[in-house]
Design a protein around this ligand. Structure first.
Ligand code: FES
Ligand SMILES: [Fe+2]
Length: 361
């Protein structure tokens, strides 16, 4: 057996994924999402909770998301009119009004947690949630941070995006001239592993002294020569939490000149070949651009980040295409800079194998 499942074959259901930013869910507005190949209907109830169910009506598989609310809290299937409440329980069968409603007339629910401005879903077996919880992203709900967010579909396995973010050695050449320069490639990387909210994480950390920053980072954060660090942690198979902190060279630790941004990258597998990617970049409220005192740093991020992300997507889509070449036992090679990525592969391989084995706890 190979030590790692190939990244293009990874798809884990027993995990937390972002189903949306909180503002994507309006009261009683139905939406269908495909998550890990499962059609799922989601809405915010009139009490304010977000709920998620298998989108197949328990009667004849009509998508529930094609239905409508005939009154608050009563959702009618568009085909034969079975009605469901916000627990997914059938409350009316128009064709047999005088017969008790069978207990199996209900929609299959998925666990949902709304936290820190994000709605998370567990598209797998609810009995496997255990004591896990989605990772915290407190900055997204804190008015003390400026933020910019985006959502897009990426035609590649989510795992390639995770690996891309854990591996900062790609800043040169993929992002040469904007956030990359060749000096970054030789900054040593160290790795940390542990658990957050019951989920394994792996974090890669690079610390630099007297490093020349690349142009976009100077504009986002300031300072041409810096001391600084960046870290990026995979928490579960769908999330990267990252930070970049800088000080003018020689002044590391001086809070008066500390500049930073954090970022959250959430990948929700649609299937093995595509994912919905949501990201957020946050900066301490009011932190200025490094080069234009009339501009907020977050405005610079809003302009600069999308073309950088497009470069990453350009690369991972090509990796995905190369994985569609028939398998001839091709083996990738690992460099020192791939240690974090290899750990990530180990974690997701373990999760996927556990999920495939029904006897696993
Ligand atoms: S398929 Fe939904 S009521 Fe028949
Ligand atoms: Fe990148």
């Amino acid at each position: 057996m190979k030590s790692f499942i190939t990244s293009s074959d990874i798809m884990i259901r027993n995990a937390w994924y972002v189903a949306g930013f909180s503002e994507e869910f309006q009261t009683e507005k139905l939406q269908q999402q495909i998550i890990t190949e499962r059609p799922i209907v989601l809405w915010r109830t009139h009490e304010g909770r977000v709920v998620a169910f298998d989108d197949r009506c328990c009667h004849k598989r009509m998508p529930i998301s094609a239905g409508r609310f005939i009154e608050s809290g009563v959702l009618e299937c568009a085909y034969h009119g079975l009605c469901f409440n916000s627990q997914g329980k059938c409350v009316r069968i128009p064709s047999q009004p005088d017969t008790p409603i069978p207990s199996r007339a209900r929609l299959t629910a998925f666990p949902v947690v709304e936290q820190d401005g994000l709605v998370w879903i567990w598209p797998g077996d609810p009995s496997k949630v255990g004591d896990t919880a989605p990772p915290p992203t407190p900055e997204l709900a804190d008015p003390g941070w400026d933020r910019t967010t985006e959502k897009q579909v990426v035609p590649a396995n989510a795992m390639f995006m995770i690996e891309n973010l854990l591996d900062v050695s790609h800043l040169y050449p993929l992002h040469d001239g904007n956030i990359g320069n060749i000096g970054y490639s030789s900054v040593p990387m160290r790795m940390e592993v542990g658990q957050i909210n019951g989920m394994d994480y792996v974090k890669t950390i690079r610390e630099a002294e007297n490093l020349r920053q690349s142009p976009d980072f100077i504009e986002m954060l300031g300072y041409e020569q810096i001391d600084g660090y960046n870290s990026q942690a995979m928490v579960g198979p769908g999330t990267i939490l990252a930070e970049r902190s800088v000080w003018p060279a020689g002044r590391r630790g001086d809070a008066s000149v500390h500049r930073l941004f954090r970022s959250m990258h959430m990948f929700t597998p649609i299937n093995r070949q595509s994912n919905t990617y949501r990201w957020a970049f946050v900066m301490p409220k009011g932190q200025k651009s490094g080069t234009d005192p009339n501009k907020l740093g977050i405005q610079v991020m809003r302009e600069k980040v999308p073309p950088i992300v497009a470069q990453d997507i350009w690369a991972v889509v090509r990796q995905q295409q190369m994985c569609e070449v028939p398998d001839d036992d091709f083996e990738e090679m690992y460099l020192k800079s791939d240690a974090g990525m290899a750990k990530a592969r180990e974690i997701v391989t373990r999760m996927q194998r556990a999920e495939a084995d029904p006897a696993s706890p």
